[in-house]
Structures are given as C-alpha cells and as structure tokens.
Design a protein around this ligand. Sequence first.
Ligand code: GLV
Length: 326
Amino acid sequence: MAKPKVFVTRRLPEPALTQLLDRVQADVWPHALPPSRSTLLEKVRGLDGLLCLLTDPIDDPIMAAAGGRLKVISNCAVGVDNIDLPAATRRGIPVGNTPGILTETTADFAFALLMAAARRVVAGDQFVRQGKWQTWGLTQLLGQEISGATLGIIGFGRIGQAVARRAQGFNMRVLFYDPRHPASPSAPPAEKVELEELLMQSDFVSLHTPLNPGTHHLIGARQLAQMKPTAILINTARGPVVDSQALYQALNTGQIGAAALDVTDPEPVPLNHPLLTLENLIITPHIASASRATRGKMAQMAVDNLLAGLAGQPLPNCVNPQVYPR
Ligand code: GLV
C-alpha cells in the first residue's frame, strides 16, 4: 500500500524525523526560513497530512488547496493561533498541538526573563564588555527586589501555574487574572483578581494567555497606564497580546519600568523597530521552549499526532475534538 503523503514545513530533530520518514512519504522543507505562502499552496496539493510550525499560517485557502484527502494538521507548538481552527473544524480536519511537555521549560524562561530584567543582567553584561567596569559601585546598575514582590499572572493555565510555583520559592505574593480558570485545588496558591487590580498591584506582570480575538492587545495603553511606574512586563505568550506601539510609549516615557519580551508583533521584530532603541527592554527570539530535550519531545508529539491522524485514529492531543463523532 502506498505510504501517506505528508509535507513537513521544517526539519525536525531526531529521532522524530527518522521515525516519520520510515512511516510516510514525507516532503521535508530543508531550509531554515519557512516556506512562502505560494510554496505552501503548491506543496499541500493532494496531501494526506501536514506537519507545520507556528511560523506557518494555515488558513482556509491552504486547506482548500490541499484538497479533500487532508486528514490531519499537526502543529509542532502548543499555541495554534497560526491555524484557522474554525475552518479546520468545518472541514472535519483534526488539528494537533504539543501541550504539557513545554510547560516547565517555558515557565523557567519566563522566570529567567523576570530575573534578568529585574536585576539588569543584560545591561551588566554590556557594561563589562564596553569597558565601563572600573570599580565596585554602591549605586551601580541597581535593579529591583524579586523576593517578596508581587507577581501578577495573566492566564492561569498550565504555564501560568508553573510560573506561580516558581514564585513561591521567591516568597512572592501571586495574583492572577483568568476569566476562564476554574477554581482548582491543585493550583498553586494565588489570589484571583480582576485585571485592573492585578495591573495596579503587581511589581511584575507575566503573560500566559493564548492569542485569540479576546486576548489581542489585551495589554494596551489603558492597561499600561494602570501599572506601577516601576513595574516589569514579561511576555512569553504571543506578541499581539501586547500593543507594541503602546508598550514603546510606556517604556519610553517611564510609565512602566521595563519589559522583557520573548515574543513580538511581528516576528521577527524588524531591526528598525522603535522598541529596539530602548534600554529598559530585553528581547529574545521566541525561545522560551527551546531546550534540547523539550524541542525533541515537541517534535515527537507532533509526529505522534500526525501518524494517529493518518491512521484515522483520534489525535493524542487534539485542539478541535468536535471533529470526532461522539
Ligand atoms: C511556542 O510558542 C508554542 O506555542 O509552542
């Protein structure tokens, strides 16, 4: 029997790649940059399955171009905002993602950004390399206290809660805002508050929401104005959750203290973006889940989802289970 035809939009880490190549007829995009839209439209024609990354916008026209055989879309990420989910559901195509395995890794990185911004790690590194370190200075590169500070977590799902657990070790007071979070006895101790209260009281605000129409620009000029002038904003969720223009203004005028972003809008952030002129900003290239182990597990989970979908079985991790008959 002919092997199912799949397109994989980037090389996957081993052993996931070899396992996939043994089982399917795979066209693997060999380049570091994502395929263009026109390439994607061409490559998806007649496919049985698609394995993509968060950099690949998969909308209804792409699904239409694939044709009626497309049985599964497997995203190698937990966030699925690059995929038109209602379109996939309407077409009966299950969409897979990679939840759980990247929770701790991402929370580690959110905390790393929090600490780096509070204690001016990047500025300190630059200070040394630029030859400015002449003596131990009593008021040199002063940062903010982390221990005992108030941390506001927006989005109290898996990753938000993992960040809250880390904060316990730093004796922080934790507030959270999440209209969808049900009271759960297993969640770490944290006070549920309204967004405005969280913004007004927090020394650190860390974002952990998915990107959807309800969270687009959730942090804009009005919300930034409610934050403390010393507050630090950390974003490891999705760039468009924050209005970048408003953030630039707030950082530039000292309305808030600093920001640390692992995600931007757009990605990659253009080199001439005004945000990059600011000294009270740390920025990294969307690497919160980038440990060797976690990226390997994400690839494996994406392959498992893909193979299950090709075999007509329920995906181990499916974001639109409505496609399956009850
Ligand atoms: C990374 O941002 C992911 O959604 O997995």
